[in-house]
Write a protein that binds this ligand. Sequence first.
Ligand code: MV4
Length: 444
Amino acid sequence: MKKVLIANRGEIALRIIRACKELGIKTVAVYSEADVDSLHVRFADEAVCIGPPQSSESYLLIPRIISAAEVTNADAIHPGYGFLAENAEFAEVTKSCNIKFIGPEPDMIRKLGDKAFAKHSMKSAKVPTIPGSDGLVESVKEAEKLADEAGYPVIIKATAGGGGRGMRLVRKKSDLEKMFNQAQQEALAGFGNPGVYLEKYFTHARHIEVQVIGDNHGNVMALGERECSIQRKHQKLIEESPSPAVSEKLREEMCDAAIRGAKKVNYQSAGTIEFLFQDNKFYFMEMNTRIQVEHPVTETVLGIDLIKEQILVADGKKLSFHEGKMKLRGHAIECRINAEDPEHNFRPSPGKISTFHVPGGPGVRVDTHAYAHYVIPPYYDSLIAKLIVHGKDRQEAIDRAQRALDEFIVEGIKTTIPFHQKVMKNKAFRAGKFDTTFLETEKL
Ligand code: MV4
């Protein structure tokens, strides 16, 4: 692999350029007209404009991205996260043009993108799954029977959905028929696939996920867990590793389950197995076939570079580390700094950044594409920086996050920094006692 085209923008495009540079691989940026002044355009060896700025369309234009790869002679494409990262068709087109897709095979993306199928695969690998239907539910009658068995509340999920899209919570039997029909229709309209499955609904669960990575030499590793329960409307805001809810013994069980699941489907590349965790038990929820926003907390506690490993395994190389050598060191927390106003319902706050100063010092990492006088376009997601702190334990990591957040200066736009300062002071957060309902129930 000599040249990688990065089919993305923002901080993740920079993150991938950094990994490529250290591996001696040339880089090609693609950019929309709204992103001419972006750092990914500046730091890549070459850059190709792929169109007008309207919405996020440019970064979804498969033919233009493939053309950019062909004219620049790129031999691989890294999709980052979001946009085309879990688009099986894009991975397929890339492959058919003799360009390496840095991610799993198209069929793997397709199979695991079918959430009911993914769940069935995990169940067959003896990974604990959420009680409910085994596969799709075909009728209201069948749904009623399953819901009676599982007990209300239940949730109906679109098999082609995921990440909180296409779900219907059902609190009692008299609501089921209406909700089932709505879920099916919405699934068909939203994803072109009416398939739905049913699960018991856990009302006070944590979202805990396990990072996995596999090469094509038969090695599959689980790289510990990330606690991702601090979310708002299915947007994660804070992630950490390890989870304050996971003991050494439980970590081993979760990692073993993740490895069994990944091996069952012969998973290659970096991926994430998402679990719901309640009453000290974990249940498979979904598998993501991309590198995720929050990958740096795993990198930090394990002292590895996940993007480099992802590139190496895509190039047919072996993973550079072994099971025995992976030792979790200390505690890492990531705060997502978004251009949003937390005082006004997190409404987007694009525009020109007048002052931009990032924190530094021991145990502080900032991944950002922003700089003083940078103009945040209104068309894309609002993530402008990730603050990742590392401490010897959770206490030190939280104290360090507070110190670093205080050093951050972002003027000209609103950001989520004041929100993070409140969470870091919150008693329940500091005690590690929270679940996915934290932001709804806690007065910050
Ligand atoms: C659930 C659940 C409780 N029980 N499934 C939301 C995102 C999507 N990945 C699945 N989601 C949930 N599925 C069952 N059976 C609760 C959620 C959920 C949630 C999950 C993770 C993080 C935040 C969440 C917020 C609300 C609901």
